[in-house]
Design a binder for this molecule. Structure first.
Ligand SMILES: [Zn+2]
Ligand SMILES: [Zn+2]
Length: 338
């Protein structure tokens, strides 16, 4: 292991011991980077809805105790053997996709997001709710200088997987509905405006502050998910984890339109008549991300340039940050700082 810093032996981390319980602030050993891995001093870690699904057990536990967090911005503090491109002091991002096998059917087809043996940051390997994290060099993202700050942490998931969802909409789509106006939506709306497309934002009934936030971030219309948009939509992206929104979104789609489900977990989708899907309408999900998504997102993001609306919480208040996300009181994203 190559290191130029005197590294501490232990670090503070927020640890999940059992789904359904709050995270515990613990002192744990600083991990050592293995072959091909780097040790990263965390600058900030975003709080994502997927973290709530992990905490609640909606996603089956794979590793316990677990340090969650997959929207990491940090600085390389040490490098393991076989590391070839990153060096001490590099500012990098660590996303949800931690590792893929490189040889299964999906990896071979350019669909590493579906890899049979993929590992995921903050879910099947420890994440960034800690002062240090190890990550495989090849899956770290070198981010443009303007985004190497705490406010940019949400770009690593809300940005990257939001952008993957965005790329799933048909190319001809001009009028796009977004259900659930949080971290991903407020980033994607900026991309939509940059590409001269129109966003119609749907929020929870009665959530006037999210409607105002959506309009402020560039949506041309905002209303409750029970309302009809003023025109037929060419596509809709659902970021809210609510399956009942799928037939609702379909009912507002024009012929040939697509509903994209952008989250990792959703409640059951109610039955709906085939005629709602007829005329080449589509429903599809988005799973994880590829390194290509990261590359494409960080090519377009500085041109806009994308900004984020964040609320900071110290690491020790991760439970409060998660609560704020769950309760819907946040506009934008929560970010843990160190
Ligand atoms: Zn996420
Ligand atoms: Zn694979």
């Amino acid at each position: 292991m190559m290191t130029l810093l005197h590294l501490p032996e232990s670090m503070r981390a927020m640890v999940l011991e059992k789904p359904g319980q709050p995270l515990q602030l613990k002192n744990v050993p600083v991990p050592a980077p293995g072959p091909g891995q780097v040790l990263i001093k965390v600058i900030a870690c975003g709080v994502c809805r997927t973290d709530l699904h992990i905490l609640d057990g909606d996603l089956p536990p794979v590793m316990l105790p677990l340090i969650p967090g997959h929207e990491v911005i940090g600085e390389v503090a040490a490098t393991g053997s076989e590391v070839t491109t990153l060096k001490y002091g590099d500012k990098i991002g660590v996303p949800w996709l931690a590792y893929t096998c490189g040889h299964c059917k999906y990896c071979a087809q350019g669909q590493e997001n579906l890899c049979e043996h993929a590992l995921f940051t903050g879910y099947t390997v420890n994440g960034g709710y800690a002062e240090y994290i190890v990550a495989w060099e090849k899956y770290c993202i070198v981010i443009p200088d303007i985004f190497t700050n705490q406010a940019s942490a949400p770009l690593l998931c809300a940005g990257l997987i939001g952008y993957r969802s965005w790329r799933m909409i048909p190319e001809y789509a001009e009028n796009i509905g977004i259900y659930g106006f949080g971290a991903a939506a407020h980033i994607i709306t900026q991309i939509a405006r940059y590409q001269s497309k129109s966003v119609y934002a749907f929020t929870k009934p009665g959530d006037g502050s999210s409607e105002a936030f959506a309009l402020e971030r560039g949506a041309i219309w905002a209303g409750s998910s029970l309302e009809s948009p003023p025109i037929k939509l060419d596509a809709a992206i659902i970021f809210a984890p609510d399956g009942s929104l799928v037939p609702i979104a379909l009912s507002h789609l024009d012929k040939g339109g697509a509903v994209i489900c952008g989250g990792i977990h959703m409640s059951d989708i109610p039955m709906f008549p085939y005629k709602m899907l007829w005329q080449e309408r589509m429903v599809r999900s988005v799973a994880n991300l590829t390194r290509e998504d990261g590359k494409l997102f960080f090519e377009i993001a500085p041109k806009i340039p994308v900004t984020t609306s964040v609320k900071y919480f110290p690491l020790s208040q991760a439970n409060e940050a998660l609560y704020a996300l769950r309760s819907g009181e946040l506009t934008g994203a929560a970010v843990l700082t160190f």
